[in-house]
Design a protein around this ligand. Structure first.
Ligand code: AMP
Ligand code: GLY
Length: 421
C-alpha cells in the first residue's frame, strides 16, 4: 500500500519511522516532510489546504491511505474530503475534530455525558465573561475556544489577571471563551485509538511544557516527554477509559459524528479521580516520539483499522516494557522568536550513543543540516528505568553539535525522584 503522511514535525518523523517498519507499506510519501522523514519517505511540496490537489496527488501515485499528523488539516476537513473519494484516512473528520477544535464543544459534551471535568461556562462577550467570573474562585482558568497552538490558556491568579486575559481575548470581534475552575493534581496524557466504536489504548505519557529546568519560564509545545506515565496506574487508566474516553466515543457516535483516529486525553489526576483537561484529535508532539519507540505492533495495521471500523477485531497493541524518554533540542529564542539557520552536526554520533534522533524543525542546505523552527530535534532513548533512558538520551544530546540550540537538562525529573524513593 502507498501511504501519504501529512506534516513536518518530530511527531511525523516518529510516525514515518514506525510506518516504514510495516510489511504492508510499499511507498511512503510525506507532505511536506523534513530531512529526517526523507530517510523513510519521498517528501513532496503539496499545499494540504488544497484538498483537490491532495486528492489528485493520491490518484497519481496510487496512494490509498493518508495519515494526518497535525490538528489544523483535521479541523479544516482534509479527512472528510479524502473519505468522500474513498481514500482511507487516519484522523477524524472535521466535525469530530471539534473535540480539539472547540473547547466549548468538548465541555458541553462532557456536561451531557456526565464526564468528570472542571466546572465551566462558555462566554461570547466581555460583559458576559466579567459577570460569569463572579462564580469562580481563584486561580481561574480562561481558554480561547478555538485552536491556539498551545497559547490559548491563561491560569489567572488574580481578578486583574483574569480581566486582562478576557479583555485580550475579546479585543477582536467574534471572540469565544471558556472560563473554568482550576483543578489540582498531576497531569498525565492517555492515548487511545478508536474507530468510532471500539477503543484500543496506545500508551500514556507525561510531558514538560515549560521551557526551563525545574519547570520554569513560559509554556512551549513540549520540551520533552516520557512513556509510560507510571502515575497513571492500570487502575487509574481503566477508570479514565470507563468514565471519560468510552462515554466520549459513545456520545460522538450517538450524535452522528463518530471519532476515528487517535484521541489524546489530557488528564488531571485529582484526589477524586481523573478529570478531563482537554482532548486533542491527534498524537502529541513530542509524546508521539516516546509512544512510537515503545510500540511493537504494526502501526499501519492499527491506523487502517481505525478507518475501516475493524479495531475491535485486533488484539491489544504490544509495547516494550521499557521506558522511552525524549529530550527536545530547541533553537535559542524559543518559544519566542527562534534563531533560524543554526548548523547541526553529530546526529550520527548521537545515534551511536543508542538514541533515535527525530527531526522536528530542520532543513537540509548545501552547508548541511540546519535549524528551521522552534523545536529542532527530539533525542529519544529507551531504558529499563526512567533514569537509564534519561542518561542515554543526554549522552545523545551531548554528542550533538548545535551551538545555537538548547535543551532542558531535567526531563523525567518527577519520575526519577519517585524511582529514587
Ligand atoms: P490545554 O491547552 O487545555 O491543555 O491547557 C494547557 C495547560 O493548562 C494544561 O496542560 C494544564 O497544565 C493547564 N490547565 C488547563 N486547564 C486547567 C484546569 N482546569 N485546571 C488546572 N490547570 C489547567
Ligand atoms: N505536547 C503537547 C501537544 O502535542 O499538544
Amino acid at each position: 500500500m502507498n501511504v501519504l503522511l501529512v506534516g513536518s514535525g518530530g511527531r511525523e518523523h516518529a510516525l514515518a519511522w514506525k510506518l516504514a517498519q510495516s510489511p504492508s507499506l510499499s511507498t511512503l510519501y510525506a507532505a511536506p516532510g523534513n530531512p529526517g522523514i526523507a530517510d523513510h519517505a519521498t517528501c513532496v511540496a503539496l499545499n494540504v489546504a488544497d484538498h483537490a490537489a491532495v486528492i489528485a496527488f493520491c490518484a497519481q501515485h496510487a496512494i490509498t491511505f493518508v495519515v494526518i499528523g497535525p490538528e489544523a488539516p483535521l479541523v479544516d476537513g482534509l479527512g472528510d474530503a479524502l473519505r468522500a473519494t474513498e481514500i482511507g484516512v487516519f484522523g477524524p473528520d472535521a466535525a469530530a475534530a471539534q473535540l480539539e477544535g472547540s473547547k466549548g464543544f468538548t465541555k458541553d459534551l462532557c456536561a451531557r455525558a456526565d464526564i468528570p471535568t472542571a466546572g465551566y461556562v462558555r462566554v461570547t462577550s466581555l460583559d458576559a465573561a466579567r459577570a460569569a467570573l463572579a462564580d469562580f474562585g481563584l486561580p481561574v482558568v480562561i481558554k480561547a475556544d478555538g485552536l491556539a497552538a498551545g497559547k490559548g490558556v491563561t491560569i489567572a491568579e488574580t481578578a486583574a489577571d483574569a480581566d486582562a486575559a478576557l479583555t485580550a481575548l475579546f479585543a477582536e470581534p467574534g471572540g469565544e471563551a471558556v472560563i473554568e475552575q482550576f483543578l489540582t493534581g498531576e497531569e498525565a496524557s492517555l492515548f487511545v485509538l478508536t474507530d468510532g466504536t471500539a477503543i484500543l489504548p496506545i500508551g500514556s505519557a507525561q510531558d514538560h511544557k515549560r521551557v526551563g529546568d525545574g519547570d520554569a519560564g513560559p509554556n512551549t509545545g513540549g520540551m520533552g516527554a516520557y512513556s509510560p506515565a507510571r502515575v497513571l496506574t492500570a487502575e487509574l487508566e481503566a477508570l479514565a477509559i470507563d468514565r471519560i474516553v468510552r462515554p466520549t466515543v459513545a456520545a460522538m457516535a450517538a450524535d452522528g459524528v463518530p471519532f476515528k483516529g487517535v484521541l489524546y486525553a489530557g488528564l488531571m489526576l485529582t484526589d477524586t479521580g481523573p478529570q478531563l483537561i482537554e482532548y486533542n484529535a491527534r498524537f502529541g508532539d513530542p509524546e508521539c516520539q516516546v509512544l512510537m519507540m515503545r510500540l511493537e505492533s504494526d502501526l499501519l495495521d492499527l491506523m487502517i483499522a481505525t478507518d475501516r471500523g475493524t479495531l475491535g477485531d485486533l488484539p491489544p497493541a504490544r509495547f516494550s516494557d521499557r521506558t522511552a524518554l525524549t529530550v527536545v533540542m530547541a533553537a535559542n529564542g524559543y518559544p519566542g522568536t527562534p534563531e533560524e539557520g543554526g548548523r547541526i552536526t553529530g546526529v550520527d554520533a548521537a545515534e551511536a550513543q543508542g538514541t533515535k534522533v527525530f527531526h522536528a524543525g530542520t532543513a537540509m542546505t548545501d552547508d548541511g543540516l540546519v535549524a528551521n523552527g522552534g523545536r529542532v530535534l527530539a533525542v529519544t532513548a529507551l531504558g529499563t528505568t526512567v533514569a537509564e533512558a534519561q542518561a542515554t538520551a543526554y549522552r545523545g544530546v551531548d554528542a550533538l553539535n548545535f551551538p545555537s540550540g538548547f535543551a532542558r537538562r531535567d526531563i523525567g525529573w518527577r519520575e526519577i525522584a519517585r524511582e529514587g524513593r
